[in-house]
Design a protein around this ligand. Structure first.
Ligand code: ADP
Ligand code: MG
Length: 598
């Protein structure tokens, strides 16, 4: 058994024995910790995985609690129907809120969750049908398999069962195709979308899941407590949930547990202990608590779990991953016949205000050909790449890929058609393993959803994705780095990881933006060999490169650009000798003039 699994098993046993180990006071506290953990687990998904912040989780807890309280007391429903109704209501509310805010970047989400938390709290306190400030009481206890749960001890297994179920399913979910897509949200939407990941969809999923967990916590709370009032669903409580996550370590499922346990226990302890010490009661505990939390955050800015993990890393078994078991690779698409036109750029113009970054550029790329795009800095090469890959829109002109115009397509659709790219400024997920980064490229080639992966129904496909990613790593000579965090590689090699990721999409056209930058001589030679091999297999490759020597030995044809204009096109030898190209590359004397025109 691996140490990690042994620890988990030990923890589960301890939880199972807990009702016999703690008194009734401790049991109540433990139940509350479990309820908070359920909410914070949602925040681990939302904030830790998706990089989104919500202050409004307490409002979702309250919606869960109030819905079931109302339906069971006033309408006489069973609690289980109450749960269903609460989940439905919360899901609709989260979808609506998400629909409005998740497309906008920046502070919109945190701010709107603040507003949301505030307004729902006011609703709870002011609507007389749900009891106003007094709330609702006489909520029936839960019945599970004929057992009525009426004491905190009896709720223990249900609450912690829910916690463990969420930990298990979320853990499974994150370790899958759609889970990787969720983790990719932190790398910015540009890269994710270029890999075919629908970022708004995944943000919405995370937001809804987090709201649903909060709802379940509220439902359990209402039935355990027997009454509800607005107090525990205030904005302040919403902020406290976020705090628990941050203190524990928002990047890790166990961090949620650590955070909510520590937070709840410390808070309780200070409340009981400080008034004794000071001989009078007051709100000192609030102050002391705040100071303590700030100290913890200052000592462990990534949360306390990262400290625990650092300790654990010492015993961890060696990190070198092995080749995934002999799973079949994902099926590959049929490539166009060599010489067939794959990409056609016609009169493409891109203006940024008064600046013409690309002016009426035309060229073609054929299957089984390497076309190099050269030109000094600022010539407009990356802009052209962005327009071709539908990351950016041309002001006028046309791009046809495999005979179809891409004007109306987004970068996901273009990726799905078989165009893949790397970025001039490397866009990898630095903490994710090299293998997982590459597997991200295979996103569109799988189909299992996060629901299937939560229950481990996607394993055969996942093994194929891993095998495919591994194969691309081998192809690019990076298999030895498969288990390393991508950010630990030298920048030059990170570019090669991007090529492997692009290859994992199974492209027929590869766009490489300065792939050789930062590589050493030998690495450059290997890269050139790889590209030659890919060309031999029928791929079309369009590459932007600065290093003329690299281009000359590799490219079949060269297009040279300067100031957004195509200044030459032809065989490498000819373009190299072209007066306009020599002028563009050697014309350093013109620099001041250039800047004036730019
Ligand atoms: P290259 O990749 O050849 O070095 P770029 O395509 O990055 O050149 O840039 C071409 C020109 O377009 C530069 O003058 C640059 O400042 C300008 N440019 C690029 N992107 C933008 C943008 N988003 N907004 C305004 N100007 C831009
Ligand atoms: Mg560039």
């Amino acid at each position: 058994m691996k140490p990690r699994h042994a620890l988990t098993a030990g923890f589960v046993l301890l939880l199972a024995a807990a009702p016999w180990l703690v008194g009734s006071y401790g049991q109540t506290l433990l139940d509350y910790i479990g309820l908070a953990t359920i909410v914070v687990l949602g925040l681990v998904l939302l904030t830790g995985v998706g990089g989104l912040t919500s202050f409004g989780q307490a409002a979702f807890v309250g919606m869960g609690a109030y819905t079931t309280a109302y339906l069971t007391t006033v309408a006489g429903w069973s609690p289980w129907w109450g749960l269903l109704a609460a989940l439905l209501l919360v899901t609709l509310a989260a979808l609506a809120l998400g629909w409005i805010t998740l497309r906008m970047s920046g502070h919109y989400l945190p701010l709107s969750t603040l507003a949301w938390g505030l307004s729902i709290y006011l609703v709870f306190g002011n609507v007389q049908a749900i009891g106003g400030q007094t709330g609702l009481s006489g909520i029936v206890p839960l019945r599970v398999f004929g057992w009525t749960l009426s004491t905190p001890r009896q709720y223990h297994y249900l609450i912690w069962g829910v916690v463990l179920l969420i930990v298990w399913t979320v853990h499974n979910m994150l370790d899958s195709r759609e889970g990787r897509a969720m983790r990719a949200l932190k790398g910015g939407s540009l890269m994710a979308e270029a890999m075919g990941i629908h970022t708004t969809r995944f943000k919405t999923i995370l937001f809804v899941l987090a709201a649903q967990y909060a709802c379940v916590s509220g439902w359990l709370y209402a039935h355990m407590q027997g009454f509800v009032n607005p107090t525990p669903f205030s904005l302040g409580q919403g902020i406290e949930y976020l705090f628990m996550g941050v203190v524990g370590g928002i990047g890790d499922l166990w961090g949620a547990l650590l955070g909510s346990s520590l937070y709840s226990m410390l808070r309780q302890w200070l409340q009981d202990f400080l008034p004794h010490l000071l001989g009078r009661s007051g709100s000192f505990e609030g102050l002391a608590f705040g100071v303590l939390m700030i100290l913890i955050l200052q000592r462990a800015p990534e949360g306390l779990w990262s400290r625990v993990r650092a300790l654990g890393a010492r015993w961890q078994e060696g990190g070198a991953p092995v080749r995934p078991a002999q799973a079949p690779e994902l099926g590959a698409r049929a490539l166009p016949a060599a010489g067939e036109v794959v990409l056609q750029v016609q009169d493409l113009t891109r203006r940024f205000g008064g600046l013409i970054a690309n002016n009426a550029i035309s060229f073609e790329v054929r299957a089984g050909e390497v076309l190099a795009l050269i030109g000094p800095n600022g010539a407009g090469k990356s802009t052209l790449f962005n327009c071709i890959s539908a990351v950016d829109r041309a002001s006028s002109g046309q791009v046809r890929f495999l005979g179809r115009a891409i004007e109306r397509k987004d970068s996901r659709a273009v990726a799905a058609m078989g165009m893949s790219r790397t970025f001039q400024h490397v866009r990898l997920l630095p903490r994710m393993s090299v293998l997982d980064n590459v597997a991200l490229g295979a996103h569109l080639r799988g189909h299992h959803s996060f629901v299937a992966s939560a229950w481990r129904l996607d394993r055969a496909q996942e093994a194929s994705i891993q095998a495919t990613a591994w194969r691309q790593l081998e192809r690019c000579g990076l298999a030895g780095h498969a288990g390393a965090p991508a950010g630990s590689l030298p920048l030059g090699l990170q570019r090669v990881v991007e090529i492997a990721r692009a290859l994992a999409t199974d492209p027929c056209l590869l766009l490489l933006d300065e792939p050789a930058a930062g590589l050493r001589y030998l690495e450059k030679r290997n890269l050139a060999q790889l590209l030659q091999q890919l060309r031999g297999q029928g791929l079309a490759i369009l590459l932007v490169e600065h290093d003329l020597d690299f281009v000359m030995g590799l490219a079949d044809r060269v297009v040279a650009m300067d100031f957004g204009e195509k200044i030459a096109e032809g065989l490498p030898r000819d373009v190299q000798k072209h007066p306009a190209v020599i002028e563009a590359y050697l014309g350093g004397v013109d620099e001041p003039l250039r800047e004036a025109t730019a």
